[in-house]
Ligand binder design. Structure first.
Ligand code: ATP
Ligand code: MG
Length: 337
């Protein structure tokens, strides 16, 4: 019997819809870097350029974004020698697998996904109609994951339902057509809320974001003008950290002592919101400064070299996906004649 431990397969992607922000970094990319250094896992990280066009199609922006995210991956510490880095568009078989899964998932299942409802409302508020691609994108995401037989999917909390869907699809496929897919599980990173009130920090949600290479003075402006608990109208008014996103930032970016200091100071009004924000600012600047510096270096890498990384990674990942999709089609009675 083969008692060798099966390697975990870690897979995740980022949409090419704008500048990578703190939410993408803390929720996802920071986890990618950690997994990459684990010898017991194979890592696949991709630029989800097919997912980038569900709301609007801007060819120049998606192409630029694809290269830019690849640079951010490098700046964050991903290494193409250790991780397979590719663009989703390099693997046409993902769309094929997505079609097979489309025929296994009901419309209400995708129409009731919280993400679809949110994005649909956003599109309608901008005077556009939701596309069929927006509705079915979690199914393409299931193909992204299952196409390489991914077992761990490092994502932000907003993507948890979609990994669950991929798991359901894998289970359903296995029971109907025989075991082919390993059931994937999400690895959830820190959730970064918007500093302007409610909701998450997001590339296309229209609010302010903290780019991972943001200039120090811009970062300062965003943090110092962040919304806090409305109860703290005057410095002498006590507040409730549960109603303040700056407090959530403390929990993620500050030391235990700083969290205790900030929460007690807020509740007994011994500190002002600016005092509290200054500590978050200090900690964020410490996190972002090296990223900013490395991003400046990778920004100088010519497009040709970036494309080469994506090309190599695409070939490697495609080989794996092709084998999986070929097998799935055979089992479904759909051979390549
Ligand atoms: P868009 O608004 O275009 O969907 P986005 O900012 O949500 O962009 P994605 O490319 O959709 O970014 O997501 C990439 C990864 O970053 C996903 O794993 C997602 O869960 C994670 N992520 C996105 N925003 C946040 C956030 N505010 N906090 C934590 N994780 C996040
Ligand atoms: Mg998103």
């Amino acid at each position: 019997m083969n008692d060798q431990k099966q390697k975990e397969v870690v897979l995740s992607g980022i949409r090419a819809t704008g500048s990578i922000h703190l939410g993408n970094y803390s929720g996802a990319i920071q986890q990618f870097v950690k997994f990459q250094d684990d010898p017991d896992v194979d890592c696949f990280f991709f630029i989800a350029n097919l997912h980038s066009i569900t709301e609007k199609i801007e060819p120049d922006l998606v192409l630029k974004g694809t290269r830019d995210i690849t640079r951010v991956f490098l700046a964050a510490g991903l290494d193409p020698e250790k991780s397979t880095i590719y663009a989703q568009s390099s693997i046409p078989e993902l769309c094929e697998l997505s079609w097979l899964f489309n025929c296994m998932v009901t419309v209400p299942t995708v129409a009731n996904m919280p993400h679809f409802k949110e994005k649909k409302d956003l599109m309608q508020s901008r005077g556009t109609k939701e596309t069929a691609g927006l509705l079915t994108y979690p199914i393409l995401m299931a193909a992204d994951i299952l196409g390489v037989n991914g077992t761990i999917v490092p994502v932000g909390k907003d993507q948890e339902y979609h990994v669950e869907l991929a798991r359901d699809i894998a289970r359903s496929f296995n029971s109907k057509f025989g075991d082919l897919f390993t059931l994937p599980a999400a690895s959830i990173g820190d959730f970064i809320p918007s500093l302007q009130g409610s909701g998450k920090m997001g590339k296309s949600s229209g609010g302010q974001t903290i780019a991972i290479n943001i200039a120090a003075d811009e970062l300062k402006k965003i943090v110092l003008t962040a919304m806090t608990d409305p109860a703290r109208a005057r410095r002498t008014d006590p507040g409730d950290p549960r109603n303040c996103n700056v407090a959530s930032y403390h929990h993620i970016f500050s030391s235990t002592d700083e969290v205790t200091w900030a929460e007690a100071g807020c509740m007994n009004a011994s500190i002002g919101c600016i005092d509290c924000k200054k500590v978050v600012l200090k900690n964020l600047e410490a996190l972002i400064a090296p990223l900013r510096e490395r991003y400046e270096e990778v920004a100088r890498i010519p497009d040709k070299e970036i494309d080469e990384i994506l090309h190599e990674g695409g070939i490697k990942a495609r080989k794996i996906v092709m084998a999986v999709v070929g097998e799935a089609k055979e089992r479904m009675g759909l051979p390549f004649f």
